[in-house]
Design a protein. Structure first.
Length: 458
C-alpha cells in the first residue's frame, strides 16, 4: 500500500525507535472483529453454538477476532442481530464511556452505529440513547443497525450538533463524540482515507472536532462524562484538540480510567504542551495490540449551569386510535409492551420516556417501531420482531441456521409450515428474525423486501 510520504516522515519523527515496528504493521492484514450483542444473547450462550473461529479480544468481554475464512456478515445470526461486526480497537470506546442503565446518553456522531449499538447493549433497554448522524444517507444506515440489534430505547436523529444543542441543554449523563477525522489509524482498512490524506485535511478536521466538542459541552449535565475519540494518530486532532478545549472550558478535567495494559498514553510533547494531564488520555497502537489506531480522551464536567428540568410537553395518545394494535398484542403476545406510545403518521412507536417532545428535530426513528396502523388492522414491523423473544410471543416458528427453510425465509420465499392461522414470530435457533403470517399451512413471508438475500448474498 502507498502511504503518503509526509505522513510517514511525521510518524518517524514522533515515534522514533518504535517507528520500524509501527510501519511493519502496514504489511500485515487488518484484524477483524465481532461484538456479541448482549441485548439478545449472552456471550456464553453464543459461544455454545458459535459457527466461527473466534479468539477473545483481551480488552472487551463480548468482543472476538474472527478467522479470515469466516463470513459473519453473511450468516443468519447476523440478520438476527446476535453480533455487530466492529473493528477491535473501536470496541474500547463504549466500554470507556461506561454507560449505566437508566442514564441519558448522546452519541453525537453515530453512523454507522458501532458504538451506539454497544452503548445500547450496556443500557440493557433502560434509560435513553440519542443516536445522531449529520449525513442523511449515513443516518439511514445507523437507523437500520439500531433496528437489527433489537434496540428499544433509542431515538435516531439526523441533525447538526448546533441544532441538537439548542434543544438538550445540560441534558445527558454521558456524551460520546466519535469525531470525523483524517482516519490515519484506518489506512489498512480504508484506502480512501489514505488517498485523501493531507496536512490541510488534518488541520481542517481539528477545527471541526473542536466545533463539535463545543456543542457537546452545552448538552452535558454537571458531573457528566464526555468521551472524545478519533481513529487517527495526528496529535493536532488528538492531544491538540483536547489541550485547546481544556484551555477554554475550565470546568472540565481529564479523567484517568482503568484500561487494558497494552494501550498507551497521550503525548503532550508532540504538541509542545505543558499539560501533563494529557498523558491520561489513551492511544491504541497497531504495533502494540491487535487492532487499528485510536485515540480516546475521557473528560469530566466538574460544575455547570444546573441540571436540565424535563418539560414533558408530549401529548398522550388516544388509545382508541391504536385499538387494532392492542387487539394484535393481546392475540399474539403474552404481555402488552409498556411505555409511551406515539403515532408518527400511521407508524406506531414506543418512545423512550426520557425523550423530550419531537418538535423541530429531524427524526428518523423516534423509538421502538411497533408497526403500521392500517385501515381496521395493525401490521407489525421488523423492528418489533427483532426486539421480541420466543418467551414473549405466543406463536413461534424456529428454524436452524443450517436449514434450507432459513435460507428460503431470508430470501423472502413463502414456506410450507403446519400451524395456527395468523402471525408467527420466526426464529433462527431461538433468536427472532422477523414475521410470517400463516394461512392454510402456507407461511406468507414478511421479511422486509430491502433486506432479502439474493443469490449473490448467499
Ligand atoms: C468516526 S465516524 C463515527 C463512527 C461511529 N461512531 C461508529 O462507531 O459507527 C464520524 C461521523 O461523524 C459524522 N460527521 C461529519 N461531519 C460532522 C459534523 N460536522 N458534525 C457531526 N458529525 C459529523 C460523519 O458523517 C461520520 O458518520
Amino acid at each position: 500500500m502507498h502511504l503518503p510520504k509526509d505522513f510517514l516522515k511525521r510518524m518517524q519523527g514522533f515515534m522514533q525507535e518504535e517507528y520500524e515496528a509501527f510501519v511493519e504493521t502496514y504489511k500485515e492484514n487488518k484484524v477483524q472483529g465481532l461484538r456479541i450483542n448482549t441485548l439478545k444473547i449472552s456471550v456464553e450462550d453464543f459461544l455454545n453454538f458459535n459457527p466461527f473461529h473466534l479468539k477473545h479480544i483481551p480488552w472487551i468481554e463480548e468482543g472476538f477476532y474472527y478467522g479470515t475464512e469466516d463470513k459473519p456478515g453473511k450468516h443468519p445470526y447476523h440478520e438476527a442481530g446476535l453480533y455487530y461486526i466492529q473493528e477491535p480497537s473501536a470496541m474500547a470506546v463504549a466500554t470507556i464511556l461506561d454507560p449505566k442503565p437508566r442514564e441519558r446518553i448522546l452519541d453525537l456522531c453515530a453512523a454507522p452505529g458501532g458504538k451506539s449499538t454497544h452503548i445500547a447493549a450496556r443500557l440493557k433497554h433502560e434509560g435513553f440513547l440519542l443516536s445522531n448522524e449529520i449525513h442523511p444517507s449515513r443516518a439511514k444506515i445507523l437507523s437500520q443497525n439500531i433496528e437489527r440489534m433489537g434496540i428499544k430505547n433509542c431515538v435516531v436523529t439526523n441533525e447538526s450538533p448546533e441544532r441538537l444543542a439548542q434543544r438538550f441543554q445540560n441534558f445527558f449523563h454521558r456524551i460520546l463524540v466519535d469525531a470525523p477525522c483524517s482516519g490515519e489509524g484506518m489506512f489498512r482498512k480504508d484506502v480512501e482515507a489514505c488517498e485523501q490524506w493531507s496536512m490541510e485535511k488534518v488541520a481542517s478536521c481539528a477545527r471541526r472536532q473542536l466545533d463539535i466538542l463545543e456543542q457537546a459541552v452545552k448538552m452535558l449535565m454537571p458531573e457528566g462524562r464526555l468521551v472524545y475519540s478519533t481513529c487517527t494518530f495526528s496529535p493536532e486532532e488528538n492531544e491538540g484538540v483536547i489541550d485547546q478545549f481544556l484551555k477554554k472550558y475550565h470546568e472540565f478535567s481529564i479523567e484517568a480510567v482503568e484500561i487494558y495494559h497494552g494501550f498507551g498514553g497521550g503525548k503532550p510533547e508532540w504538541i509542545k504542551s505543558e499539560n501533563e494531564g494529557l498523558r491520561k488520555t489513551i492511544r491504541l497502537w497497531p504495533h502494540r495490540i491487535q487492532g487499528e489506531g485510536h485515540y480516546i480522551a475521557v473528560l469530566k464536567k466538574n460544575d455547570g449551569d444546573g441540571e436540565y428540568k424535563i418539560k414533558n410537553s408530549k401529548k398522550e395518545i388516544d388509545r382508541k386510535a391504536i385499538k387494532d394494535y392492542f387487539c394484535f398484542a393481546e392475540e399474539y403476545l403474552h404481555k402488552i409492551p409498556e411505555g409511551e406510545y406515539i403515532l408518527f403518521g400511521e407508524q406506531l412507536y414506543i418512545m423512550p420516556k426520557e425523550m423530550i417532545s419531537l418538535e423541530y428535530l429531524k427524526i428518523l426513528r423516534p423509538g421502538w417501531h411497533l408497526g403500521t396502523m392500517k385501515k381496521n388492522r395493525f401490521e407489525p414491523s421488523h423492528a418489533f420482531a427483532l426486539a421480541l423473544t420466543e418467551k414473549e410471543a405466543k406463536n413461534n416458528i424456529c428454524f436452524s441456521a443450517e436449514s434450507k427453510e432459513i435460507l428460503s425465509y431470508l430470501k423472502g420465499d413463502p414456506l410450507s409450515v403446519d400451524g395456527k392461522k395468523g402471525w408467527h414470530l420466526i426464529h433462527v435457533d431461538g433468536y427472532s428474525l422477523g414475521w410470517g403470517k400463516l394461512a392454510n399451512n402456507v407461511l406468507k413471508n414478511h421479511y422486509p423486501k430491502g433486506l432479502r438475500w439474493t443469490v449473490d448474498s448467499v
